[in-house]
Design a protein around this ligand. Structure first.
Ligand code: NAD
Length: 415
């Protein structure tokens, strides 16, 4: 049954204005699912241009093209970067009470953005908070975009490395395969392992979660065994827990030799909501052979590598340390296609009786909402803003015991 939080089924797709962003929040391929569910879609003219989707590609799939104000007039706004990631974005003035905004927010890194959207009375959903569960996988933008990033990190490394990736036997002699070391075997790490293997490299990988070993080995890579007590048998919501400074220091010491012997290091280690752990120190980089390459996928979270600078390439004694940012934006056709499908699946969850219901009783929706009714409703974001915590919701009451498993007819038959 619908709650009182219902809205018209109109989705607006504004053009992304954040510097360097090429993606669009819905690609044409995601539209049929939404129109079938009863949505009307208004796309700002040119919103898909940078991603390779002209206006006609959207109209062909049932969307209407309009101005930016037309897109912002919709009841449900979808954006790759909500308000361009800027708490003083001029678009904030276009939002209205009760309107729904869905997209990536980085709520713990940018709590002031959550506060600014919340102050307009709009309901804000941060797709980064979609739980890492099997059911929610089809809505998980972090996973879909990390898979693209892991793939691209390998292409960048192969391009910069003054060596080949595969083993090559020729009349002029044999070329040994490149050695790639992937640190962090989550979504991006596994994609990086798979692509390095495709290109013929010898791949090693490490993750603090022992459970990652099987996945690493299933991709044909060697899992690097470190005698390190990480206490990560059980992660929280599919994510690793933070290690102590002491454990990280030990990890650095134990890993130094593997890093030194690698031609390419791809770092993807992260702990959700924290700055990235620094795993590769400048001293470790200096032990690598000149010409080696490090691609640091965690650059925007501070970097897994000490010399990393987001968006730049730093030369450390001939080793290039590349602090990549927004790699999905370098492959916008497919990253928009995946992002759009995540968004479409998420929004469709809120459809109740032909209307959008933000109060729907669904864990994925409840865990992703960060602002509602003029207030910030996520306690971790409130804490970051210095606001008092809200009382945690009561856990749901257990279902009452059924009086009898049998229907009256079955009872009758059993007599
Ligand atoms: P994930 O949570 O799936 O994987 C991270 C992995 O790191 C986990 O398996 C975790 O166990 C591991 N880890 C944590 N601490 C570690 C440590 N000390 N040593 C070794 N492993 C450790 O995350 P993901 O979705 O794969 O993303 C990985 C990183 O890539 C994140 O920092 C993310 O922000 C970044 N990313 C960057 C881009 C880009 O364009 N630059 C795009 C997408 C993701």
């Amino acid at each position: 049954m619908a709650t009182t939080d219902t809205l018209r089924m109109v989705i607006g797709v504004p053009r992304e204005n954040r510097a360097g962003e090429t993606r669009v929040a819905l690609s044409p391929t995601a539209l049929p699912q939404l129109t079938k569910a009863g949505f009307e879609i208004i796309v700002e003219s040119g919103a898909g241009d940078a991603a390779g989707y002209p206006d006609a590609a959207f109209t062909d799939r049932g969307a209407r093209i309009g101005t930016r104000d037309d897109a912002f007039g919709a009841d449900v706004l979808v954006q790759v970067n909500v308000m361009d990631g800027d708490a003083s974005c001029s678009d904030l003035g276009k939002l209205r009470q009760g309107q729904v905004v869905v997209g990536s927010v980085a709520p713990f890194a940018r709590p002031e953005l959550v506060n600014a959207v919340g102050a307009t009375g709009a309901t804000l959903f941060a797709l980064e908070l979609v739980p890492r569960t099997t059911r929610a996988q089809s809505m998980d933008i972090l996973s879909s975009q990390a898979a693209v990033a892991g793939y691209k990190a390998v292409i960048i490394a192969a391009d910069k490395l003054p060596r080949m990736f595969p083993l090559l036997t020729t009349a002029a002699g044999t070329i040994a395969p490149a050695k790639v070391f992937v640190i962090g075997a989550g979504v991006a790490g596994l994609a990086a392992i798979a692509n390095s293997r495709r290109l013929g490299a010898l791949v090693e990988a490490y993750d603090v979660r022992p459970a990652a070993r099987e996945e690493v080995e299933s991709l044909g890579a060697r899992f690097v065994e470190l005698p390190l007590e990480t206490g990560q048998e059980e992660g929280s919501g599919g994510y690793a827990k933070q290690l102590s400074e002491d454990t990280i220091r030990k990890q650095q010491e134990l890993m130094a030799k593997t890093v030194a012997g690698s031609d390419v290091v791809i770092t993807t280690a992260q702990v959700q909501g924290s700055t990235a752990p620094v795993i590769v120190t400048t001293e470790m980089v200096k032990q690598m052979a000149p010409g080696s390459v490090i691609v640091d996928l965690a650059a925007e979270q501070g970097g897994n590598c000490e010399p990393t600078v987001a968006g730049e390439t730093i030369d450390v004694d001939g080793v290039q340390v590349i602090g990549v940012v927004n790699l999905p934006g370098t492959i916008p056709v497919h990253s928009s296609q995946l992002f759009g499908k995540n968004v479409a699946n998420f929004v469709t969850l809120m459809v109740v009786d032909g209307a959008v219901d933000v109060g729907v009783d669904d864990d994925v929706i409840k865990e992703s909402v960060v602002a509602k009714g003029g207030d910030v409703v996520n306690n971790r974001v409130r804490e970051a803003l210095g606001m008092e915590k809200l009382p945690e919701p009561e856990p749901p009451a257990p279902d009452p015991e059924p009086e009898s498993e049998e229907t009256p007819a079955a009872e009758e038959a059993a007599k």
